[in-house]
Design a protein around this ligand. Structure first.
Ligand SMILES: Nc1ncnc2c1ncn2[C@@H]1O[C@H](COP(=O)(O)OP(=O)(O)OP(=O)(O)O)[C@@H](O)[C@H]1O
Length: 953
């Protein structure tokens, strides 16, 4: 329709501002036309000659809606004095409805409707839309999904665990890698995966006070996960926002509607100490409910059959309020086997319900491991006894397992699942991972001053300075002068000094700083979080920073100081796991040098006893010693006597310790540890996963895609350096389409290695929020849904019309079902002409992109109404051609759903017969998921996602 045919009462849309909705012509005077836009409550006047308006004419079969919200189907259209009268069907009667009565809001969701309404885009936008659908499709089906976006090195043991755990529904596991192997990273990967794939939305991280900031920073810089800290101050602030009326209502009617600060954000980080202290906060944290909870340094959760610690009780209660639970500790048995058992019970109460049974089970591990080894080495020659043992463990499931293609691996998997802690416990050791630097113990025996004559032995003797005035021990304890000299000698090397108590750390730091002129900082639990972070940053600063950081035991737990290579143990802890925690501050991933462990100890005191016990008995300085606590329990009497000063006990103690250490290590090596190791990192699977991730990173060309998007969305790109660019909103910037792009720009790198070195640059992977945000905006907005292009080729006569159509599978289903894994976007592209010929193969998308050019908007506006009937015919043809594909897509999806759920359900059912490790809830959940996935797939349909109408010339 020509724009000169404006008549009052007609309905038009503005294609330059689609948000205005359906306009109504209210005035025509001279060469100007005025429209009211009721949906936007606005009026606009245009020059008639070049008004950016398109006439809206609904066709037979389309749905219309009136101002009153009544809906009709159009049966016929007639024009009365230039204004349309729709013959509208309400399901019972057909009645005339004038277009004047139509509602002001329009939503042209179908691409051809957008085209007819003049809401079409340039070719590039259509290309972007198609590319977005294709990338989404590939990514959703990729095993690398959820693991691509982390700014981490690809370490097999971490990725293996993350992949194993993160795919589960509501995973509940103990991550128990040795100190510094990256449990935080593993937890981050799992969180990232679960959040990216919609398996989790609300997550809570609970850590000791001292680690709040480290976790906050680590989650943000490595995973782009923005956690909000809820501490006492924020909690009070949020509570105070509750207005007086709310407060009064809550007071009268109970607390139900009260503001819950834990509900203010989806990702919350808070300290365990805070929850233990505040009953109100605790209640709110329980009430908020979580999909996934992470508890770091979980060895502090002490439990015994007689009594649970307050920390344990808080986490126990919280663990009931959370679907998933990740407990992190490097030293799971630090405070004894009972507490270890109790933590496993938090993860799976049905499986770990009896401490005694748990103890007995551990005895079996060695036998199981022997059979597993024989299975791995030569499955064909398995003895009748082994076969019998297997039948005993696996029952009537064994024949089925042995009948599989990968029979022996299946049997091993089944054994690990059904017996032992296979499903809930993951532990990697330095020995299994390798490549860690050497640890060199450097003992410094020093004479014991008379000052400590009464404090030489017993536990007091380990930190005798506690019982004398500060001034005196600082002056007379030879460890102080030795430390001062050592630091001066090592300057400028960074040195971490750890001692048991905060008071010792404070006094030492004061002394070194003020009296010895050594740049140092103290780091302990009495500092506020900000002070602690400031101290750590001061120490980390390589140019102006402190040379020494004087830490207390608790203050330094979990911290990353691998940039330092010298550790001074100002005293020695009683517990071997605490020693490992201390050395672990430096002995971490990222440590590049040998670690020098300086051990000043006072001769003829319990410090000497402890030094020799660690060194000669446990060899705990040079190597990580996982059995230390168990050995200590075994030799406890001797150890106590030696510590109390009975010199005659020293040699027998060392000998007994060495023997027990060797025995336990051997036993664990053959038993429990071997089983856990088998489960914690399967190298082949890990390598395949890394290959998948790297293929996705290298081949898919996230940068190419984003350049295409930036061009359309008005983001300017400046070259920064190799692999790096600066992104800035340009003049044509489409606000709202690119989330998280700061006004003053963002420096980004596309390269993982560079991202690891340059933390100031954002790491643009397929899973960076800018990239996922653009993909979501493109698919959810109308961008590129309809385009008009010109094609000039000799083979086709001028004036020929073609339609390039892209369909995608739509399947309304709850996001937690994760149906996209089985039924990815599956974009289906077709090219048809007016006669319904399928030209999809003859005219591939890339070729058309090269050959097609844009048509000027005004020309296009004029063309569209003239080709409407042909376009509709071609859309019909395309839909007809697309239709048969739906059945096969659906079938394939159903097969995949069965493949995904079926074996897992069968496995869990079999498992439950021999082992209660499987929660009923888990099996029922999977069954429900399978049923609901099946029924959702019944409703899958192919929706037209975009069209490009091509006119030849
Ligand atoms: N894949 C990785 N890429 C880069 N850095 C890593 C990776 N894994 C771990 N690191 C770094 O190694 C150090 C140790 O990691 P992390 O803090 O996760 O270990 P942890 O096992 O939780 O330690 P702890 O037992 O002390 O709590 C950290 O500085 C971490 O940033």
């Amino acid at each position: 329709m020509e724009t000169s045919e404006f008549v009052i009462g007609q309905r038009w849309v503005s294609h330059s501002d689609t948000a205005l909705g359906l306009g109504i012509v209210t005035d025509i005077s001279g060469r100007r036309v005025t429209l009211g836009f009721p949906a936007a409550d606005e009026e606009r006047t245009y020059a008639i000659d070049n008004a950016p308006l398109s006439r809206i004419v609904y066709q037979q079969g389309e749905e219309i809606e009136t101002f009153e919200g009544e809906r009709y189907t159009v049966r016929a259209v007639e024009t009365i004095d230039g204004v349309l009268m729709y013959h509208a069907d309400d399901g019972e009667n057909i009645q005339p409805i004038s277009e004047v009565k139509l509602a002001g809001s329009v939503n042209f969701s179908a691409p051809h409707q957008r085209l007819f309404a003049g809401q079409f885009d340039r070719n590039g936008a259509f290309r972007l839309r198609v590319a977005t659908l294709q990338h989404m499709d590939r990514l959703r089906a990729s095993p690398a999904q959820g693991l691509i976006g982390a700014r981490t090195q690809h370490l097999p043991h971490q990725l293996y665990i993350a992949h194993e755990v993160a795919r589960r529904h509501a995973p509940r596991v103990l991550l128990a890698d040795e100190v510094g192997l990256g449990k935080t990273i593993e937890a981050g990967l799992i969180l990232h995966y679960q959040l990216q794939t919609g398996r989790a939305r609300r997550a809570l991280i609970v850590v000791p006070d001292s680690l709040i900031h480290q976790w906050l920073v680590e989650m943000l810089r490595r995973f782009n996960l923005r956690f909000s800290i809820v501490d006492q101050a924020r909690y009070d602030d949020l509570k105070a926002e509750e207005d007086d009326v709310d407060a009064l209502m809550n007071h009268i009617f109970g607390d139900d509607d009260a503001v819950n600060p834990f509900e203010a954000d989806q990702l919350v980080l808070c300290s365990l100490d805070f929850l233990v202290r505040s009953e109100k906060a605790r209640k709110d944290a329980f009430a908020a409910g979580w999909d996934l909870m992470v508890v770091d340094e979980a060895h502090h959760l002490a439990w015994s059959p007689e009594q649970a610690s307050p920390e344990y009780e808080v986490v126990e209660r919280l663990s009931e309020a959370s679907q998933g639970l990740l407990l992190l500790t490097a030293t799971p048995e630090q405070i004894g086997l009972a507490s270890h058992f109790a933590r496993l019970r938090l993860l799976d109460p049905a499986r770990f319900h009896d401490l005694e049974a748990f103890r007995q089970e551990e005895q079996q591990y060695e036998v199981i491991n022997q059979v597993v080894r024989r299975l791995q080495q030569s499955p064909e020659t398995l003895s009748p006894e082994d076969q019998e043992a297997l039948a005993g463990w696996l029952g009537d499931e064994l024949p089925e397992l042995l009948g599989r293609d990968d029979a022996y691996q299946s049997v091993i998997d089944a054994l690990l699942d059904r017996h032992g802690t296979g499903r809930v416990l993951f532990r990697n050791t330095r020995a299994a991972i390798q490549g860690f630097p050497e640890r060199q113990p450097l003992p410094e025996p020093l004479p014991c001053p008379a000052l400590y004559d009464t404090e030489r032995y017993g536990l007091e003797g380990l930190a005798p300075e506690q019982s004398v005035p500060e001034e005196r021990w600082l002056a007379e304890d030879p460890r102080v002068a030795w430390l001062e000299k050592k630091l001066a000698g090592l300057r400028p090397a960074k040195v971490v000094v750890i001692c048991a108590r905060a008071s010792t750390a404070m006094a030492l730091e004061h002394y070194l700083q003020l009296r010895a002129g050594i740049r140092s900082a103290a780091f302990h639990e009495h500092l506020s979080l900000i002070e602690r972070d400031r101290a750590a940053a001061y120490f980390a600063d390589s140019e102006q920073g402190a040379q020494a950081l004087i830490c207390s035991e608790i203050g330094s737990e979990g911290r990353n100081f691998q940039f330092a290579h010298h550790l001074v143990l100002f005293d020695l802890p009683a517990n071997p796991d605490l020693l490992e925690q201390r050395i672990g501050r430096l002995d971490r991933i990222g440590q590049t040098d040998a670690i020098r462990i300086h051990i000043p100890y006072l001769q003829g005191t319990s410090q000497e006893v402890q030094y020799r016990w660690f060194q000669e008995g446990l060899n705990a300085f040079a190597e990580s010693c996982a059995v230390g606590v168990a050995v200590q329990e075994h030799v406890h009497g001797e150890w106590q006597l030696a510590l109390d000063g009975d010199g005659s006990r020293m040699e027998p103690l060392v000998a007994a310790t060495a023997a027990e250490t060797a025995r336990l290590k051997e036993m664990l090596h053959n038993g429990r540890d071997a089983l856990i190791e088998l489960n914690s990192c399967r190298t082949e699977e890990a390598s395949a996963l890394i290959a998948d991730i790297e293929a996705e990173e290298n081949a898919a060309g996230v940068r190419d895609y984003m350049l295409q998007a930036f061009d359309i969305l008005g983001v300017d790109l400046e070259d920064h350096s190799e692999h790096a660019d600066i992104l800035k909103p340009g003049e044509q910037f489409q606000t709202g389409m690119v989330a998280e792009l700061p006004e003053d720009g963002l420096t980004v790198t596309w390269d993982r290695q560079q991202a690891l070195q340059r933390e100031d640059m954002a790491f643009m992977s397929w899973e960076h929020p800018v990239v996922t945000g653009v993909m979501d905006s493109v698919t959810s907005a109308g961008l590129g849904k309809a385009a008009l292009a010109n094609l000039s080729v000799k083979a086709l006569p001028p004036g020929t019309l073609l339609l390039e159509a892209v369909f995608a599978v739509h399947c309304p289903a709850p996001e937690t079902l994760q149906l996209t894994r089985y039924l990815p976007v599956s974009p289906l592209r077709l090219v048809v002409d007016v006669n319904g010929r399928d030209l999809s193969k003859a005219l591939p998308h890339d070729r058309l992109n090269e050959l097609c050019s844009n048509i000027r908007r005004r020309t296009a506006q004029a063309i569209v109404p003239k080709i409407r009937a042909e376009v509709e015919t071609m859309v019909d043809h395309a839909e007809r051609l697309a239709d048969p594909h739906l059945a096969s897509l659906r079938e394939r999806a159903l097969d995949r759903v069965e493949e995904g759920f079926g074996p897992e359900i069968r496995r869990l059912e079999a498992l439950r017969k021999v082992n209660p490790a499987i929660r009923d809830q888990e099996v029922d959940f999977l069954r429900d998921q399978l049923a609901s996935a099946r029924s959702s797939l019944e409703h899958a349909s192919l929706a037209l996602e975009g069209i490009r109408v091509i006119v030849t010339s």
